[in-house]
Design a protein around this ligand. Sequence first.
Ligand SMILES: Nc1ncnc2c1ncn2[C@@H]1O[C@H](COP(=O)(O)OP(=O)(O)OP(=O)(O)O)[C@@H](O)[C@H]1O
Ligand SMILES: O=P(O)(O)OC[C@H]1O[C@H](OP(=O)(O)OP(=O)(O)O)[C@H](O)[C@@H]1O
Ligand SMILES: [Mg+2]
Length: 292
Amino acid sequence: MSVNRLRIALQKSGKLSEGSIELLNKCSFKIKPAKNHYLIQSKEMNTDFLMIRDDDIPGFVDSNASDLGIVGENGYMEYALENPGNDLEIIARLQFAYCRLSLAAPEGSGIKQLADYNGKTIATSYPATLADYLNKNNINARIIQMHGSVELAPKIAVADAICDLVSTGATLKENGLLETHIILESEAVLIGRKSAGNELKAKAEELMFRINSVIDAKDSKYIMLHIDKDAVNKLKDILPGCESPTVLHLHGTDNKVAVHVVSKEGVFWDTIAKLKSIGASSILVVPIEKMM
Ligand SMILES: Nc1ncnc2c1ncn2[C@@H]1O[C@H](COP(=O)(O)OP(=O)(O)OP(=O)(O)O)[C@@H](O)[C@H]1O
Ligand SMILES: O=P(O)(O)OC[C@H]1O[C@H](OP(=O)(O)OP(=O)(O)O)[C@H](O)[C@@H]1O
Ligand SMILES: [Mg+2]
C-alpha cells in the first residue's frame, strides 16, 4: 500500500506531549498544537499528526490507523501484554519522559518484601503489566484497575498497595507511600509495526535519522577559545572530544591560537575554571542544533 501521507500518533496533552512536539519540531515538522485540534498536517515528509490520548496510541498503530506513534514504554508494554498477537515493535527509545512503574505500600503497613504482597489488593492503571510481574514472581494478589489518582486507593481502603508510575517520588511521598519494587523503567519510545512495508520502513528510517541527529546534539556543545600554542595539548585532559580540535591562526600574534571543538559532555562551570587555569580566554560555549 503506497504511503502517501505518513501518519504519526502523538499524545494530545500530558507528560509525553510537550517532549514529543519539541523533538519533532527540532526535526523541522513545525507542529503547532491547538485545543480540540486533533489532526495537524505538516508539509515535512507529508505527515499527518494524530493528536490522541496516550492510552490509544499503541492500538492506533497496531490497527494501522496510524503508521507510527510516540508513547511511554510502559504504555507500549501494557498494550503488548493485553494483546499477545500484536504487530508492534519499538523502533527507538527517545530519551525523554523517563519514569518507572513501581510497587508502593503505605508507610507503617509492614509491606516491604515482595512476599508481603501475597493476599493483598493492589490498585493500578497497568493491570496487565502488574499481573505479568506478579505471575513471574509467584505472588498471589488481587488487582483492581484505576485510570488515575491511584495513590488515593490505600488511603480510602480501596486497596492495600499500588502499582503506579514514579518519576521524582513526590506523589508517593505526599500520599504516605513507600516505593518497594521497580517493575520496569520507561522512557518515550517510537513504535511501529513489524509488518510495515519497505516504503514505510524507509520513511521511519528517514524520521529516525532526523531524530538521532537531534538527540546526538542534545548534550553536545561547540566550544571556541583562545590559548597559548604550547597549551593546546593540555585541552584533551579537560575537554572530551578534544583529541583533534580545529586550531586556527590568530591575527596579530604568533603565540596564541584559536581552538574550536565539539564536546559531547556537558560543559560545566568547573570545566570553564580548568580551561582558564591553563590560560584559555575568550571562551565561547554554544549549543548544537543537529549532529549527523
Ligand atoms: N511524572 C512523570 N514523569 C515522566 N513521565 C511520566 C510521568 N507520568 C507519566 N509519564 C509518562 O507519560 C505517559 C503519559 O502520562 P500522562 O500522565 O500524561 O498520561 P494520562 O494522564 O493517561 O494522559 P492521557 O489523557 O493522554 O491518557 C505515561 O505513560 C508515562 O510513560
Ligand atoms: O513521581 P512523581 O514525579 O510525583 O510523578 C508520578 C506521578 O505522575 C503521574 O501522575 P500525573 O500527574 O500524570 O496524574 P495522572 O495520575 O492523572 O496521570 C503518575 O501517574 C504519578 O501519579
Ligand atoms: Mg492515559
